[in-house]
Design a protein around this ligand. Structure first.
Ligand code: ADP
Length: 258
């Protein structure tokens, strides 16, 4: 689990507490560029906090987090960690993007505009370039006929597929997926997971995925990390971890999902 020099994402000795609640406990791990890593474990074990830290939405209390060698947080007086400077954060936001459980589309914008917004404002693409890219992405997620629709007129699964297209529109190097199917019923969830399988097959984006969809995790992951109480208690290839988990806690967790 010790991170290696060639890793794109490195957590080193990261600790986070909310009051007395130790959410991440001296956590160290690395992720290689292009790797697909799934984070599993019981609710409250710290998985979402890791993704939020990569988006600089939550600060660690101590430790370091780097992406391509760049620190996401800097220490200020009294040892507090704060997100690194604005210029640096802009660079990070061009690289890392997150899809949330609740889609979070802009409700007042049509589908096409939801997708072109970041390429135009973050990357500085022309409107035409951004729209051409958005159309390609909508085709990929199977929603070419919905580009003029407002989010409220789409099913949850369709909204989530738009959210995935929107995330990919900046051509991110790292895609963070936080329980993206847990608000959906099984049929709609399956459509979303199929889109993500395509993303995994056709792009080289690094994926960190928090999910309870174990078959999906088995299909796309290079590695699965099992979390418990803010620590990684098991890290293995998906077939190994799902078929012969070594830790009793992992066995119990997987059993609870059946
Ligand atoms: P997981 O994704 O594994 O379910 P989380 O990272 O969401 O776990 O949460 C870990 C713990 O941190 C939980 O106990 C949660 O209640 C707590 N937590 C997360 N965010 C906050 C916050 N802003 N304030 C207080 N506690 C929080």
């Amino acid at each position: 689990m010790t991170p290696a020099d060639r890793d794109q994402i490195v957590f080193h000795g990261v600790t986070k507490k909310f009051g007395e609640n130790v959410v991440l406990d001296d956590l160290s791990f690395g992720v290689r560029a292009g790797e697909r890593v799934t984070l599993i474990g019981p609710s409250g074990s710290g998985k979402t906090t890791i993704l939020r830290m990569l988006m600089t939405l939550t600060e660690p209390d101590s430790g370091t987090i780097t992406v391509d060698g760049n620190h996401l947080f800097h220490e200020v007086r009294n040892g507090t960690l704060v997100p690194a400077g604005e210029q640096h954060l802009r660079a990070v936001r061009r690289k890392i993007t997150m899809v949330f459980q609740q889609y979070n589309l802009f409700p007042n914008m049509r589908v096409l505009r939801n997708i072109t917004e970041a390429p135009v404002h973050v990357l500085g693409l022309s409107k035409d370039e951004a729209e051409a890219r958005a159309r390609e992405l909508l085709e990929m997620v199977g929603l070419s006929d919905k580009l003029d629709a407002y989010p409220a007129h789409l099913s949850g699964g369709q909204q989530q597929r738009v959210a995935i297209a929107r995330a990919l529109a900046i051509r991110p190097e790292v895609l963070l997926l936080d329980e993206v199917t847990s608000a959906l019923d099984p049929e709609l969830a399956a459509e979303v997971l199929d889109v993500l399988r395509d993303v995994a097959r056709t792009t080289e984006v690094t994926m960190l995925c928090v999910t309870h969809a174990m078959k999906f995790a088995r299909d796309i992951s290079d590695r699965v990390l099992m979390f418990n109480e803010g620590r990684i208690i098991e890290s293995a290839l998906p077939a190994e971890l799902f078929d012969s988990p070594q830790q009793e806690r992992t066995q119990r967790f997987l059993h609870s999902l059946r």
